[in-house]
Write a protein that binds this ligand. Structure first.
Ligand code: GCU
Length: 665
């Protein structure tokens, strides 16, 4: 490259200039000789909303609010074009990524526009800086020091997000504290919003449904009460005085002790519409969570969100979007897609993925989550016939939704590397890439991330990419193979706990989900059991309802089968389960060896850090295997098949393990 021309002046354009200057100081592998030059003739890189002379303006076309185009002329001059400053910022980041990965600008140019409108991180961060299910240190939001002290980390955070296209941040926990809606905290939130704005990031807050009572001293929070409606309207007006481009509210209601419309015998639509009406004049949206289930376990937990929401399809205001977790239980290592994705054609639905690894080994287990995300996004709901994938539901193309969004529960904290495990940065990155374009393959994401983070050397990229791409299946194997789910330790969910039973709520225990006995194992969700299956399309009911046709990865999710049941490969269920646990352990050990052999490609500090975490993962994979197999063996009453290591300890030892002060709990 040579000289650069950035046309115009704005906070966002200033960021672009800084990014280019930083890049000019050197990429990972090579130096890009870049310099600023305002003489048009000399410019080799042009960042501009105007068509530079000599370029065909028709090449630009409309790029929307966030799209961009990269073009190269015969003389090799590169033009980053967009209709907005934010489009230019995204285009600049893409340009820099293409340079770093060595891909360069394709001859025909490069064009990109997000397929999803709102691409959001959900921080489950409390005002006291503790985190719900966060494993990488404290909350990065230092509310005590805000608004006067603006930490550099807020800028770094916004910059990292903008580089992958994330454009929204809900900065507070879904288990909400009404305090954040008081003037004292709105002033602090406004300071964060000011940092985010030039990076194209909108700030959102969680709203506690009972806030009118807690803050406004009203006798009720009933959504149909005119006093309550007025309170929320006034509150919205107040928030917009602090944050003129406030994005809106994320709400967890009627779930796990959170207040909601149920307290007044009102529906989820009544609750969501109350807040939507207050935000509407300002252009704000409500993300109303579908994670609603009763305290009394009246029915299979997997069925309750559908029962609660599906009857209200079409009853939500046009600035409401229902936020649905990827599966019907709770971010398990593997779950079939949530049935609501195939059942709400008249209500915009958004995806909620978990980036933080509550049920997946937390900070120390390397699991490359884009594999999980893509499995869900590419699942066929059959709602409008074959090809009705979840990705087409949430990108709005299937039902013509007016609003589209995706949320990822953040894995970020104050750890020096942001995410605890260096490789968990890849999950933040991958989430952002999939929110921009849900069709990108996990393989592309892993390749990009490795090149942008470590090196372009194929001797490094190939083995590490392989390790990343098989890591999800590996973790499922050593934790919950064949459709097992929710057999983690009580409350903190760290490590195995298939024996957890008899607690104050049934649907937080393991025995509720695996139902193991001498007769077999698995949750019968067919017509002979809870019939959760009837919430899916007839095509899926036919396939998943038949133990011979259901993909074996979902077998024990939908069926209760005897231990001697024969699988497709001719093995008994027990033997296959044991061999899968062993396979997970073998692969985790192999990863340690692979990483060890790549020492020369990574700096010492990061190499050692990742190495010790991979060792923890291999050790804990064996812990999972031994604990689960010893527990289930009591019922299966069969020996371990050949090839499975014999545990060195008894079941009682594993049942006696207590982890105290597990983070995020
Ligand atoms: C899980 C998690 C909770 C969280 C909840 C939610 O149940 O364990 O900590 O609050 O999900 O998504 O609201």
């Amino acid at each position: 490259m040579g000289a650069i021309r950035v046309d115009g002046d704005s906070p966002t354009l200033a960021i672009i200039k800084t990014e280019l200057q930083l890049a000019a100081n050197g990429f990972l592998d090579k130096n890009l000789p870049l310099a600023f030059d305002h003489q048009e003739e000399a410019a080799r890189l042009i960042i501009s909303k105007q068509t530079p002379s000599g370029w065909d303006p028709s090449a630009k076309g409309s790029l929307g609010r966030e799209g961009y185009r990269l073009l190269k002329n015969d003389a090799g001059v590169v033009w980053v074009a967009a209709d907005t400053d934010i489009g230019l910022l995204y285009g600049t980041f893409k340009f820099l990524q293409l340079m770093q990965t060595g891909a360069g600008i394709p001859e025909s140019g490069y064009h990109s526009e997000p397929k999803i409108q709102h691409r959001i991180l959900n921080h489950w961060d409390n005002l006291n800086r503790t985190l719900e299910r966060g494993y990488a240190g404290a909350s990065i939001w230092n509310w005590h020091r805000l608004p006067d002290h603006i930490d550099q980390q807020y800028h770094d955070y916004a910059r990292a997000n903008a580089s992958i296209g994330i454009n929204g941040s809900v900065v507070t926990n879904v288990n909400a504290n009404a305090l954040v809606l008081t003037p004292e905290y709105l002033e602090k939130a406004a300071a964060l919003a000011d940092v985010f704005r030039p990076y194209g990031i909108t700030l959102y807050l969680t709203a506690r449904f009972s806030a009118p009572m807690e803050l406004g001293r009203l006798p009720t929070a009933d959504p149909l009460d005119p006093g309550v409606q007025q309170w929320w309207k006034d509150k919205a007006d107040e928030i917009y005085r602090y944050i003129p481009d406030f994005g809106g509210f994320l709400v967890k209601a009627d779930s796990e002790g959170q207040p909601g419309p149920h307290n007044y015998q009102r529906s989820q639509a009544d609750g969501a519409n109350l807040l939507a009406d207050a935000l509407k004049p300002h252009g704000g949206i409500v993300m109303w969570r579908a994670f609603v289930y009763s305290e009394d376990t009246p029915d299979d937990r997997a069925k309750q969100a559908y029962q609660e929401f599906q009857p209200y399809d079409g009853s939500f205001r046009d600035n409401v979007i229902v936020q649905v977790k990827n599966g019907a239980i709770d971010f398990q290592p593997r779950e079939p897609f949530h049935p609501l994705f195939g059942a709400m054609p008249q209500t915009p639905l958004m995806m909620e993925f978990q980036i933080t690894q509550e049920y997946l080994g937390q900070a120390t287990h390397h699991v490359f989550l884009p594999s999980l995300y893509t499995e869900v996004l590419q699942s066929d709901t059959y709602v409008n016939g074959p090809g009705s994938t979840v990705s087409k539901v949430i990108d709005g193309s299937l039902h013509g939704y007016s609003l589209t969004a995706m949320a990822g529960v953040s894995n970020i904290g104050t750890d020096r590397n942001w995410t605890g495990h260096h490789f968990h940065q890849a999950n933040w990155f991958g989430y952002g890439r999939l929110a921009w374009d849900p069709e990108i393959s996990p393989e592309t994401i892993a390749d990009e991330w490795l090149r942008l983070t470590f090196t372009n050397a194929p001797e490094f990229i190939e083995p590490v990419k392989k390790m990343m791409l098989q890591s999800h299946e590996m973790a499922v194997n050593y934790m919950t193979p064949l459709g097992l789910h929710h057999i983690m330790a009580w409350s903190h969910h760290y490590g195995p706990g298939p024996w957890v039973t008899d607690r104050h709520r049934d649907d937080w225990t393991s025995t509720y989900y695996h139902k193991a006995s001498e007769n077999g194992v698995g949750f019968d969700r067919t017509a002979s059991g809870s019939n959760a299956l009837e919430q899916y399309a007839p095509e899926l009911q036919a396939q998943w309802g038949d133990p011979k046709r259901v993909p074996e990865k979902y077998l024990l999710w939908f069926h209760h089968v005897p231990w001697e049941y024969t699988l497709q490969n001719g093995r008994t269920l027990w033997d296959e389960m044991a061999l899968r646990y062993q396979k997970g352990v073998d692969e985790a050990r192999q990863n340690v060896a692979t990483w060890e052999s790549l020492e020369s490609y990574v700096d010492e500090e990061r190499h050692a850090h990742v190495f010790s975490f991979l060792e923890i993962q291999a050790k804990e994979a064996a812990w999972w295997r031994d604990a689960c197999l010893l527990y289930f063996q009591q019922f299966a009453q069969s020996p371990l098949p050949e090839g499975v290591e014999k545990p060195e300890k008894e079941l009682e030892y594993f049942m006696g393990i207590r982890h105290r002060y597990v983070p995020g709990n």
